[in-house]
Each structure stands twice: as C-alpha cells, then as structure tokens.
Design a protein around this ligand. Sequence first.
Ligand SMILES: NC(=O)c1ccc[n+]([C@@H]2O[C@H](COP(=O)([O-])OP(=O)(O)OC[C@H]3O[C@@H](n4cnc5c(N)ncnc54)[C@H](OP(=O)(O)O)[C@@H]3O)[C@@H](O)[C@H]2O)c1
Length: 264
Amino acid sequence: MKISVLGATGAMGGFVIKAALQEGFSVENKVSSKDNIENLFRNVDAVIDFSCPLATEAMLRCVRNERKQIPLIIGTTGLSKMHLELMKECARHVQVFYSPNMSFLIAILNMAMYAMAKLLDEDFDVEILDVHHKLKKDAPSGTALMFGKTIAKARRREFSDVANFVRYGIIEQRRRGEIGFTVQRCSNVIGTHEVSFMGEFENIKLKHEAHSKEIFAKGAVQAAKWIVKQPNGVYTMNDFTKDMIVPMVKSLYKDFFSHQRDME
Ligand SMILES: NC(=O)c1ccc[n+]([C@@H]2O[C@H](COP(=O)([O-])OP(=O)(O)OC[C@H]3O[C@@H](n4cnc5c(N)ncnc54)[C@H](OP(=O)(O)O)[C@@H]3O)[C@@H](O)[C@H]2O)c1
C-alpha cells in the first residue's frame, strides 16, 4: 500500500512511518505544518493523520470540497463536533476511520467498559482518570472521553448531562449517574487510563497503561489495511475489532459456562 502521513515530523508521525515500512507500505508523502495539505493526496491509497485539530480540519475540508477519494485514518485528538460533521460529509464519497486511541487493547477495554456499565447500575459512581505527558495539549484525553461516552451510552444517558469535568471550590454534591473526570499531565507518561466503578461496599477498577506510542501507530497501519476494503462511511475502532472480538467473546463465554458445569 502507498500512504501519506499528516504530522510526519511529530512523535506519532515517526512511529507511523516506521510501522508502515515494517508492514511493507511505501510512504509517498510526509506532510507537516510547512507543507501544502494538497500534497497528501498525490498518488496514494490512504492518508494517516496524527497532527493537530487545525491540520485535520484543513485535510477534511480539502477532501470534502474537492471530493478526494483517498481513505483517511485519523488519530488526531482534541477534535470538536465540527470535525465529526466534516468527517460525515466526507464519508458520503470516501472511507473515514477515526479513533482517539488506535490501541487494540483499548478497543477491548472499551467493550468491557460497556459491559461493566450495563451490569452495574448507577449506584456505582464512575470516575475516569487519565495521565499523560506534559506536552499533551487536550484534556481530558480522547480516550477518557470515549470511555465516558461508552458508559453513558450503556446507561442510556446523554453524555453531556452526566459528565463532570470541573470540581473546584464549593461544589454541589455528586449527582446520581455522574461521570467524573480527573486529568494529570506530568513527566513523560505515554498514556494511562483508569476507570473506577465505586460501589458502597466494593469497587472495580479497569486500567490500561501504554508503554510505547508504537502501539497506536501499528493500530493505525492495520486500520489502513482494513478500511480500504470497506464501503464509504465513518468507522471507529469498534467497527474494526467487532468482527474479531464479538465471535471470540461469544465462544469465550460458552467455554466459561461449560467449564463451570464441569466443576459442579
Ligand atoms: N489516536 C491515537 O491512538 C493517538 C495516540 C497518540 C497521540 N495521538 C494524537 O496524535 C496527535 C499528534 O501527536 P504527537 O505526539 O505526534 O504530536 P507532535 O509531536 O506535536 O506532532 C504534531 C505534528 O503535527 C504537525 N502539525 C502541527 N500543526 C500543523 C498544521 N497546521 N498543518 C500540518 N501539520 C501540522 C506538526 O508539524 P511541525 O513539526 O511542522 O510543527 C507535527 O508533525 C495529537 O493530537 C495526539 O493527541 C493519538
């Protein structure tokens, strides 16, 4: 496959180039802030973007306005509703893959999050912590927001009604169903997320720690291979992993319950 990288001079861009070459791709165009965004679309099968919201917007506007037919894999975080609307408009004529976290394990955890929120009612208070390096510009992290939205969806609540991003000074007491966010930005932490379901008598904490940014780059490269075979539309990691994980989970629980019977 031939790809372009937007944000090529950045930390993630470097890992994407490395992962793409390891996969046997050729990296045709490396674009950063000094380049013309149009360069992304020269002679490639897909564009992988890990840049910043402004650059992602410029790329999306270009694809929409000029009806470019090059699939996009977007890993940039801190995007707004406007970006999501632009993605939808582009998806009328091209495939758009977007995930604030391209790690496969995070995708599994996101599914686990949904199950936990379904199994545990709102008597369990949810708190989401994200810890990242001090250069990260957006907060909470895209992944923390994704987990929060998954939990709100499982509980059939509007995310904007239950999310609490600010606690300072005299605050109201906790509302039922509230999802609280805590952000730490320090040192060179690649990315840690911890979601706590806090009950009156017991807690469950789900935690993911990234040890290298390479996991996100490898995920994006796999997503690029997958998305070129899909029809036009907006896709997320859930779509990418669904085919693989759902049958696995079904057979897993079949095994689990038959094992329980064996023990009786
Ligand atoms: N989805 C995921 O799994 C995942 C994982 C990790 C990080 N991320 C996200 O990926 C993004 C990049 O992270 P990073 O750590 O690589 O950041 P970074 O090191 O600061 O790199 C940013 C890149 O974007 C380019 N850029 C900035 N403004 C631009 C513009 N106006 N037009 C074109 N290019 C522009 C920079 O080019 P210059 O060098 O020319 O300034 C640089 O190449 C962030 O949003 C981060 O949160 C996502």
